[in-house]
Design a protein around this ligand. Structure first.
Ligand code: HMG
Length: 408
């Protein structure tokens, strides 16, 4: 029985900041961002977006053509959760009107929980092949203003339906794991931004990659040359290149640097223009690879390395299915990415500094460009979500409410 990805889609906010603008305001040579870390543009969520709205927007697309009554499990992977108790999956379940006979959970282990969600989904489908699992990975990567992590910020969501009738990719059941208690990146409950030891986090990432690969080899006897392309967790795009060269050196891969670049480069494109999206980042890399028009990936084997600070890693493999291209919304994705609104520096600050009342007071969020779902506000300590009629724009009142922010 083949089990894997039946549908996959992604959502990123309709706003973003060109890193040339950030470089200018931080008095940094733009080449450091462009070449040094490999970033050009970062997605910035508007005040009426959060992980639920982004996740619901991605999931709505992933569910197109899927019978909702087949979905018995919704797993929401995030490290930017909106509640300590209630799963974000329940909000999405309601927004998408999924059937009531469904289990709905949220999972956490930094950027890596989306891959654990995938592997739990594979096991569920193996046990009950008629059931499908909807996985949502949604995050807002936020660091302090003027911190080293700031240019790597981003936001977005990926949703996938995992089933015994995959159309995009079959995923193998074997996984190489690694866990170690380290403090490379974390976010205590009282902080809105991550704390990070950046250089150390890169070392820990590389160490986890080596251990996961070794474990994967022990489990499968796989060789480096069994894979045609590689997708890595991408906190910034250059990390994917660094990780791939590191693994190739470790394996004495005997490929030219051009050949090695060709194995990893196609997965980096979306990260360059959206930034880190934590749990969604690896799978945005997969979409970047799949959307590449110059490659016919049918029957190609893809190696995945998922990394979550703290830390846990997972290495696993998948094989692209013939006809995959017909089931991707590649041109719609390209148009969405192209049409994003470029923020000014002041608008970026205004979005960054916006926060919901910390005391639970009732609040209406101003309307900005969004997808099909938005956060309307807070009432009685509860987040209120609403569907956005196609073509709806911002109201005059909402524009006044967040004067410095762009409204449409
Ligand atoms: P930094 O101190 O700003 O940058 O931190 P740097 O000085 O290390 O420079 C970066 C690169 O730019 C270097 O290249 C420089 O040489 C180069 P490298 O040595 O790496 O080859 N450079 C230039 N290149 C061209 N022209 C120039 C120029 N100047 C310098 N003028 C750092 C960079 C990534 C550490 C920082 O952005 C950071 O702290 N980011 C956040 C943490 C992070 O992303 N860690 C990655 C691994 S951990 C992870 O992936 C998990 C995570 O996603 C969270 C989760 O799991 O939930 C973060």
């Amino acid at each position: 029985m083949k089990i894997g990805i039946e549908t996959i889609s992604m959502y990123v906010p309709r706003y973003g900041l060109d890193l040339r603008i950030l470089a200018e305001h931080r008095d940094v040579d733009y080449n450091k961002y462009h070449q040094g870390i490999g970033q050009e543009f970062m997605s910035v969520p508007s005040p009426d977006e959060d992980v639920v709205t982004m996740g619901a927007n991605a999931a709505q697309q992933a569910m197109a053509g899927v019978d909702p009554t087949d979905v018995r499990t919704v797993i929401f992977a995030t490290e930017s959760g909106i509640d300590q108790s209630k799963a974000a999956a329940i909000y999405v379940h309601k927004l998408l009107s999924l059937p009531e006979n469904c289990r709905t959970v949220e999972m956490k282990q930094a950027c890596c929980s989306s891959s654990s969600a995938l592997h739990f989904a594979l096991a569920t489908v193996a046990l009950k092949p008629k059931e499908k699992v909807l996985i949502i990975a949604s995050d807002i990567a936020r660091y302090g203003l003027e911190s080293a992590g700031e240019p790597t910020q981003g936001a977005g969501a990926v949703a996938m339906v995992i089933s015994a009738s995959p159309r995009i990719m079959e995923i193998g059941p074997e996984v190489g794991y690694f866990t170690e208690d380290v403090m490379d990146f974390w976010r205590p409950n009282y902080k809105n931004e991550a704390l990070v030891d950046g250089k150390y986090s890169i070392k820990v990432y590389m160490n986890a990659l080596e251990h996961c690969w070794k474990h994967y080899q022990e489990e499968t006897h796989a060789r480096f040359e069994d894979f045609d392309h590689f997708c890595y967790h991408l906190p910034f795009s250059r990390m994917g290149t660094k990780a791939h060269l590191h693994l190739a050196r470790h394996e004495k891969a005997g490929l030219s640097s051009k050949e090695l670049q060709a194995q990893v480069d196609p997965s980096l494109g979306y990260n360059r223009i959206t930034g880190n999206a934590y749990t969604a980042s690896l799978y945005m890399g997969l979409l970047s690879l799949l959307d590449n028009n110059d490659l016919n990936l049918a029957h190609k084997n893809i190696g995945f390395f998922s990394y979550g600070s703290g830390c846990m890693g997972a290495f696993f493999g998948g094989s692209v299915l013939p006809g995959y291209r017909e089931h991707l919304n590649s041109s719609e994705r390209a148009a969405w990415l192209r049409d994003r609104h470029h923020l000014t520096y002041e608008e970026y600050l205004s979005f960054y500094n916006h926060s919901l009342p910390q005391n639970g007071h009732n609040y209406r969020t101003s309307r900005h460009r969004s997808g099909a779902f938005r956060l309307a506000g807070v009432e009685s300590h509860q987040r209120i979500y609403e569907c956005v009629p196609a073509g709806a724009g911002a109201s005059a009142e909402s524009v006044k409410a967040l004067a410095a922010a762009p409204a449409v």
